[in-house]
Design a protein around this ligand. Structure first.
Ligand code: SD4
Length: 340
């Protein structure tokens, strides 16, 4: 039977979805198949990261090695305050890192809330290769890393400590979007005192043999509650690879990605025949549909690469960038437009 109240509610929802969709949500390119090898990764810092991955891929190396080497670049860069060394700490001043990795056989490994190790992605890989488990957290992850020869380091740089102390004056927790997008003049990337941000590197690679792997690594949301874990180390949320179909990764407010099992969803949508971009768009629209009021004020972006080497992305808000490296080009795409 026709239910007027339901109809009005549905119309209001569609109107608000449309409003968010029209104003902000963005499609990022339908990409012709460049063929393998291909590596793509989130945000501007994906450019140097892709270069490191490309060294492995262009030499005929394995996608798994490429993504590990690739994300090592932002993990070790203290100027990138959202990944690895130099990452913003949590509310209590601890730099806690979340990472995961997945290979062409469906093997995966992850660490969450781990302190003191510059390359959490390599610890995640070791969890995958040397243990029967998928994820280690906190103290246990650190213990495992140290037992396996990783060095204990102080990851809190002077700059991030200064920003944290500045933040403590008001201690207002409010994620702000897209600060890594430094090439896009329109993007609201320069934050007052660099106080809040949330930019992860998610990387997907297809090697010359046609195999896929992915990595995702972050210091998570700046000034998060101690113990908070986002989507980035969670297989299916921050990263998913199915070597028959493709891979996906995410960036942005992890809670919404976890609630929608975002990266798994994107891969499953590609399995149903959607292009990488369409699949990312549908995953974004589900987030918007479920929580239109929250979606207005947050960023979530998905990036996907299929088995043929086609790639695409979609984000709730403007300003999402991703880097692409193939034999034909090295590019940065900002809101679907090539920067170079
Ligand atoms: C998180 N998704 O911890 C991560 C943070 C981030 O772009 O991406 N940012 O929720």
């Amino acid at each position: 039977m026709f239910n007027r109240r339901k109809f009005i509610k549905a119309s209001a929802l569609s109107a608000s979805l449309l409003a968010i969709g029209k104003k902000n949500a963005l499609a990022f390119t339908v990409v012709p198949n460049p063929g393998p090898p291909v590596v793509i990764s989130t945000w501007d810092f994906g450019i140097p990261a892709n270069k490191a991955a490309w060294k492995v891929l262009s030499a005929g190396g394995r996608a798994l090695d490429a993504v590990e080497q690739g994300v090592h670049v932002p993990e070790a860069d203290p100027k990138i305050q959202t990944v690895g060394y130099g990452g913003f700490p949590d509310r209590d001043g601890h730099v806690t890192l979340d990472s995961c990795i997945m290979d062409e056989f469906g093997n995966c490994g992850a660490v969450a809330g781990m302190e003191h190790i510059i390359h959490p992605i390599s610890v995640a890989r070791l969890v995958m290769e040397k243990t029967p488990h998928v994820m280690l957290v906190g103290e246990g992850a650190l213990q495992f890393a140290l037992e396996n020869g990783f060095k204990k380091e102080n990851l809190l740089t002077k700059e991030s400590e200064k920003a944290w102390k500045e933040w403590l004056k008001t201690a207002k927790y409010e994620p702000v979007m897209n600060i890594e997008n430094k090439y896009d003049k329109a993007a609201p990337r320069k934050l007052p005192g660099n106080q809040y941000n949330h930019d992860t590197i998610g990387m997907l690679a297809l090697d010359a043999k046609g195999n896929l792997s992915g990595a995702c690594t972050t210091s998570g949301m700046a000034y998060k509650l101690h113990g908070r874990v986002g989507d980035s180390p969670i297989i299916g949320a921050g990263l998913y690879i199915d070597n028959e179909i493709g891979g996906a990764t995410s960036t942005g407010v992890g809670e919404e990605v976890i609630r929608n099992v975002g990266s798994f969803l994107v891969v499953e949508l590609m399995r149903q025949g959607h292009s990488p971009e369409e699949a990312c768009k549908e995953a974004v629209m589900r987030i918007i549909k479920k929580k239109p009021d929250i979606a207005k004020n947050i960023q979530v972006g998905f990036l996907a690469l299929n088995k043929k080497g086609e790639y695409g992305a979609y984000a709730i808000q403007k300003g999402f960038s991703y880097a692409v490296c193939t034999a034909q080009k090295d590019d940065l795409l900002i809101d679907g437009k090539s920067y170079y």
